[in-house]
Design a protein around this ligand. Structure first.
Ligand SMILES: NCc1[nH]cc(CCC(=O)O)c1CC(=O)O
Length: 318
């Protein structure tokens, strides 16, 4: 029996979501009369080593995936599970996206000390986030809030809030769900207030292009609607030359609102994209509909460019 070696970062979130994917794949394999063993190989990435520094200052795309991709190309590992948010838009020669599993809740959420909602946070409350996209939209909605930079894994961010450094923090719902910490969430931010990061809540599974056997197993795990909507968001981001540290958000859904559909390939997608200044003074948003994810992503990017998105992004990039 083949043992599939899965590379993973060492963070609790990475190991947890990798473990969940392995459980799903084992179940799927069995349903199709296949049997595989899986083993996890931990890999330290550059992004993990510099977590204490402001990532936007260090820069570089794919900070969390480079070492993992090299191990895959070298044959040390066979596949890897990434948060879609952290996945670069261009994969290296020889590697492909094997599956995009069904997306979890894409919304940002608030964890506050007193258990309040965003609207009920006291005037001038100190809120921690490490995302320019979140700070932009938060300041636009509540200009009185003081936004402070917070880094680290989600467990250490929650600890910093409990220790009194912040009255609240903003995180991705999906990460907390995967950790089984959903009960910590005190309110959900509607996508109208905080448009999520591109691919938020979705995972991407990468493997070698030449591994036909694994690609077959992964194809059974692919969710067509998630793959298409996320592709539209990612095309939008790459059209604006965005990495993960830019004040850009995007969210795509099927027009009928269904999260998944067996005939997902034909359904019309609605994509909304945003670009904002980190201080929240400007938040530009545009939407469009279409069936082709790539042209839809490009269309929304063009609409935002026509509104002056490049100027905002140029200021952020310095
Ligand atoms: N930026 C870090 C990151 N990358 C993926 C997640 C978890 C959520 C997801 O899978 O989209 C998080 C944490 C967060 O943004 O709160």
């Amino acid at each position: 029996m083949r043992t599939i070696v899965v590379g993973s970062r060492q963070s609790v979130l990475a190991l947890t979501q990798t473990g969940q994917v392995i459980d799903d794949l084992k179940r799927l394999a069995k349903e199709h009369g296949l049997e595989y063993d899986f083993t996890i190989k931990k890999i330290v990435t550059k992004g993990d080593r510099i977590l204490d520094v402001t990532l936007s200052k260090v820069g570089g795309k794919g900070l969390f995936v480079k070492e993992i991709e090299q191990a895959m190309l070298d044959g040390e590992i066979d596949m890897a599970v990434h948060s879609m948010k952290d996945m670069p838009s261009v994969l290296p020669e020889g590697l492909v996206s094997g599956a995009v599993p069904a997306r979890k809740d894409p919304r940002d959420c608030l964890i506050s000390k007193e258990g309040t909602t965003l609207d009920d946070l006291p005037q001038g409350a100190k809120v921690g986030t490490s995302s320019l996209r979140r700070s932009s939209q938060l300041k636009a909605y509540r200009p009185d809030l003081q936004i402070h930079w917070i880094r680290g894994n989600i467990d250490s961010r929650i600890r910093k809030m409990e220790d009194g450094e912040f009255q609240a923090i903003i995180l991705a719902t999906a990460g907390l769900q995967r950790m089984g910490w959903e009960d910590r969430i005190t309110s959900y931010l509607p996508v109208e207030i905080s448009l999520p990061a591109v691919g938020q809540g979705a995972l991407g599974i990468e493997c070698r292009e030449s591994d036909a056997e694994l690609l077959h197993l992964l194809s059974l795990y692919n969710d067509e609607v998630t793959a298409r909507t996320v592709a539209a968001e990612r095309k939008f981001l790459s059209e604006l030359n965005g990495g993960c540290q830019v004040p850009i958000g995007a969210y795509a859904v099927l027009k009928n609102g269904e999260a998944s559909d067996s005939r997902g390939a034909q359904k019309v997608i609605q994509l909304t994209g945003m670009v904002g200044s980190p201080d929240g003074e400007i938040v530009l948003k545009e939407s469009a509909e279409g069936t082709d994810p790539e042209s839809l992503g490009a269309e929304v990017a063009a609409k935002l460019r026509a509104k002056g998105a490049e100027k905002i992004l140029a200021q952020v990039r310095g």
